[in-house]
Design a binder for this molecule. Structure first.
Ligand code: MEV
Length: 311
């Protein structure tokens, strides 16, 4: 086994439905092709990881990379590979709600199967990624795995629905990175606590988020950007009620709304990370991006949704 295996995956954006998707409500997400991770694997003497966060033996990775250590151990055992050198290169900012950990797991699994020249079914891929995500995030809904491994937007319901969904609307999405590390694991755990301590109220918030997602799906199908924007801002209020927003995210969201954005909300786990701004035109998205960059926003991406090409 002297050849090299290569696997790729993109980041993801959850347009609507983060957190409530963990509790069975629907979500809309898409692979964010502006960001990518590439994993390469080849034979070597001892299992070795070369990445931005660890360059050394896999046996000595920091706790934050235990998901990779465990996933590769399982792949090595089940695919009966030799010892390996794994290289990971990524442009997905980590811990910003863009699905970095799921995308890395997708790329690694694909690389190992490519290396062994074995066919990897979608279900098997998602099973491996779910295994790694359980370690990284505790209770993953599976949406990150589904979106980072796909080429099309999806309408997703935990364990029941994974449908391609044409996210085609006359609007632009500005993705803004606060540069603050989000805390998906902690955010998911604290929402679980809310559920335990205040089940009635928390269930209502989840249902509201689920209804907003269903209405957003309809707004997209009816090409109603203004309505979609309002629904996003309403979702932000519910996410705030779940305690996963932060004063800094709230500040940026108020700012972009005051600049005429159609709507705005955090995306992914929250507690930092990225937020989304919906605008009617590219010019407006560019103007708001310039304002945000003046206000300490680390990075921005602009995605046209009307002519969206996912592959
Ligand atoms: C994280 O990207 C999305 C969450 O809903 C967690 C999950 O669905 O696994 C916060």
């Amino acid at each position: 086994m002297t050849s090299e295996g290569i696997g790729k995956a993109s980041g993801k954006i959850i347009l609507m439905g983060e957190h409530s998707v963990v509790y069975g409500e629907p979500a809309i997400a898409f692979p964010f092709i502006g960001t990518q991770v590439i994993a390469k694997v080849h034979e070597t003497d001892e299992n070795f990881l070369s990445s931005a966060y660890h360059h050394g033996l896999l046996a000595t990775v920091p706790v934050s990379l235990i998901n990779i250590q465990q996933l590769t151990a399982r792949l090595q055992q089940e695919l009966q590979t030799s010892n390996f050198h794994l290289t990971i290169e990524s442009t997905i900012p980590p811990e910003r709600g863009m699905g970095s950990s799921a995308a890395v797991a997708v790329a690694i699994t694909r690389a190992f199967f490519d290396w062994k020249k074995m066919i990897l079914t979608k279900d098997s891929l998602l099973e491996y990624v779910d295994f790694a995500e359980q370690i990284a995030h505790g209770n993953p809904s599976g949406i990150d795995a589904a979106a980072t491994s796909d080429t099309q937007p999806i309408f997703f319901k935990r364990d029941t629905e994974r449908l391609s969904f044409p996210l085609n609307i006359d609007a632009y999405l500005l993705v803004a990175d606060t540069g603050i590390l989000g805390q998906t694991r902690a955010a998911v755990a604290s929402v679980a606590n809310l559920f335990e301590n205040n089940p009635q109220e928390t269930k209502q918030v989840m249902q509201k988020l689920g209804n907003l997602t269903k209405k957003a799906k309809q707004a997209i199908m009816d090409n109603q950007p203004e309505l979609l924007g309002r629904l996003m801002t309403l979702a932000q209020a519910e996410l705030k009620a779940l305690t996963v927003s932060t004063p800094s995210l709230d500040h940026y969201i108020d700012l972009v709304l005051s600049q005429g954005a159609l709507g705005a909300k955090l995306t992914g786990g929250g507690r930092g990370g990225c937020f989304l701004v919906l605008t009617k035109t590219r010019e407006q998205a560019e103007k708001i991006a310039a304002i945000l960059l003046e206000e300490n926003i680390k990075n921005t991406w602009i995605q046209g949704l009307g002519v969206y090409q996912y592959v």
